[in-house]
Design a protein around this ligand. Structure first.
Ligand code: HEC
Length: 157
């Protein structure tokens, strides 16, 4: 290999690398968006009966409450890795998403909010092992407020 051919090879290698990462990313962004939406729906499904019991729409059932609260706590950390670079509204990926571009403007705040969901749901799961239903109801409200606070700021209507 001559000295002069090296820069040319390096350039070729670089552009092939860029092409590869661009196409890999296109697939990954779509999958990441689907993944996070699925994970959020799974979370919401677990949350539903907790809200219903807290609001008295259905009777409090200790076992069911603890099961749902434990599941919710286990799920609370999962959706967020789906918010990958280039996956927000207006990022040109062609997927339907309600994730506002504002997430990219304040990643720290977004992360603080999902971290707080992890903590609030862990507190709920711990309370659910006890017998203080009034405290559980208050904690369901805290969890719901954490969902809502993030939606108000970062999810399209
Ligand atoms: C840190 C911010 C944040 C928190 C906390 C949060 N969400 Fe969301 N949620 C979002 C964003 C952003 C979207 C839009 C995702 C998309 O469309 O790609 C969303 C979408 C959803 C969706 C719609 C998913 C779909 O596409 O069908 C559901 C359901 C949902 N969230 C439920 C919840 C529940 C229940 C909680 C609390 C237990 C919660 N979320 C907490 C940010 C959050």
């Amino acid at each position: 290999m001559t000295v002069t051919s090296k820069p040319w090879l390096a350039t070729l290698g670089l552009s092939l690398g860029l092409l590869a990462s661009a196409s890999v990313q296109a697939v990954d962004v779509d999958k990441a968006i689907q993944y996070r939406q699925d994970a959020l729906r799974v979370m919401a499904w677990q949350m539903g009966p907790l809200g219903d019991m807290a609001q008295g729409n259905i009777d409090y059932d200790a076992e069911r409450f603890a099961l749902r609260a434990g599941n919710l706590a286990a799920l609370a950390g999962l959706p967020w890795e789906g918010f990958v670079e280039g996956s927000l509204r207006g990022d040109g990926h062609g997927m339907d998403t309600d994730a506002l571009a504002a997430i990219g403007d304040d990643r720290d705040d977004f992360e603080a909010r999902h971290q707080s969901l992890v903590e609030e749901t862990a507190t709920l799961a711990a309370l659910a092992e006890g017998d203080d239903f009034a405290a559980m109801r208050r904690q369901v409200a805290s969890v719901a407020n954490t969902c809502k606070g993030c939606h108000d700021n970062y999810r399209a209507e």
